[in-house]
Design a protein around this ligand. Structure first.
Ligand code: GLP
Length: 242
C-alpha cells in the first residue's frame, strides 16, 4: 500500500487527476470504475479538461459506474448518475457507448447487476478504480459486513449511510438500498486509488488503513490488493503517521 498526503483538497484533486491522466495515456482500452460522491469530483473535472484540451483521450477507455441509490435516477440531483454524467462524462464529452452506469430508476435490478458483471467480464478486469470511503468504512455500497467475495449486487444501506446520505438529497428522502460493484471485482482491479479528504474522514481512514483487516470496515479489505494507493489531504490523514 502506498499512501500520499497532500496539503489541501485542491492539491489532492490536482495530483489525483495527474495520476489518472498518466494511467489513461499508458493504458488505452482499459476499464475505469469510478466512484461518485463529493471527494473525487474536482479531480474528475480536471481530467475532463485534460481530455477537452486534447492532452488525453478518454474515448479510448471504457467506464463502469461504481454504485447507485436504488429508486433514484438521473433527474434527481445527488444521484450518482447525475453527478457523474454532468460532472464528468458529459463535461468531457465521452461517447455514451463507452459507459455503463447503474440506473436507480430501472426496476430490473437483477438485470442491471448481470449487465454490469458481463461488462466487466468482457473487458477482462477493472484496470483502475477510483474509490472514496464512507463514514462507516464502506466502499461503493459495500457496507460493513461485506465480504471479499461479494459480487455486483443490491445492498440494504447501513444507518450511517442513510444519515450521511442526507447531504446528497437535502430535503429529500434518502434511499434505503444501494446497487454496487462488489468487493470481488474491486479487489481484482489492476490498480485501486482510494481518496479521502476532510477531518471528518480522519478516524475511519485511520481504522481502515492501520487497524485490523475486517469486513466490518470494507475499505480495510482493499489492503489485500497490492497496488492500493491511498490519496489523502492533510485533514483526512489526521494524526496518523503514514
Ligand atoms: C457514498 C458512495 C461512495 C462514496 C462514499 C464517500 O455514499 N456510496 O461511492 O465513495 O460514500 O462519499 P463522499 O466522497 O461524498 O464522502
Amino acid at each position: 500500500m502506498n499512501t500520499w498526503v497532500y496539503s489541501t483538497a485542491e492539491v489532492l484533486a490536482g495530483e489525483t487527476a495527474k495520476r489518472l491522466a498518466e494511467y489513461v495515456q499508458a493504458n488505452p482500452g482499459k476499464l475505469l470504475c469510478l466512484a461518485a460522491g463529493d471527494t473525487p469530483l474536482q479531480a474528475y473535472g480536471h481530467l475532463a479538461d485534460f481530455h477537452r484540451d486534447g492532452r488525453i483521450d478518454l474515448n479510448a477507455m471504457w467506464f463502469v459506474g461504481l454504485d447507485e441509490w436504488v429508486g433514484i435516477g438521473y433527474e434527481t440531483p445527488g444521484s450518482c448518475r447525475q453527478v457523474m454524467f454532468d460532472g464528468f462524462y458529459d463535461r468531457a464529452g465521452i461517447d455514451h457507448s463507452r459507459i455503463l452506469a447503474f440506473d436507480g430508476r430501472n426496476p430490473d435490478i437483477d438485470g442491471q447487476c448481470m449487465a454490469v458483471s458481463r461488462w466487466i467480464a468482457e473487458k477482462g478486469v477493472i484496470g483502475l478504480t477510483v474509490l472514496g470511503i464512507g463514514m462507516n468504512g464502506h466502499v461503493g455500497f459495500n457496507e460493513p459486513g461485506s465480504l471479499a467475495d461479494d459480487t455486483v449486487r443490491i445492498v440494504p444501506l447501513d444507518a450511517t449511510t442513510t444519515s450521511v446520505g442526507q447531504k446528497y438529497f437535502p430535503g429529500g428522502v434518502v434511499p434505503t438500498r444501494g446497487i454496487t460493484v462488489g468487493m470481488r471485482e474491486l479487489l481484482a482491479a489492476n490498480q485501486i486509488l482510494m481518496m479521502a479528504s476532510g477531518n471528518r474522514k480522519a478516524p475511519i481512514v485511520q481504522r481502515a488503513l492501520s487497524a485490523e483487516v475486517t469486513p466490518e470496515i470494507p475499505a480495510s479489505l482493499l489492503r489485500a490488493n497490492g497496488t492500493l494507493t491511498v490519496l489523502l489531504d492533510e485533514a483526512a490523514a489526521g494524526n496518523t503517521l503514514f
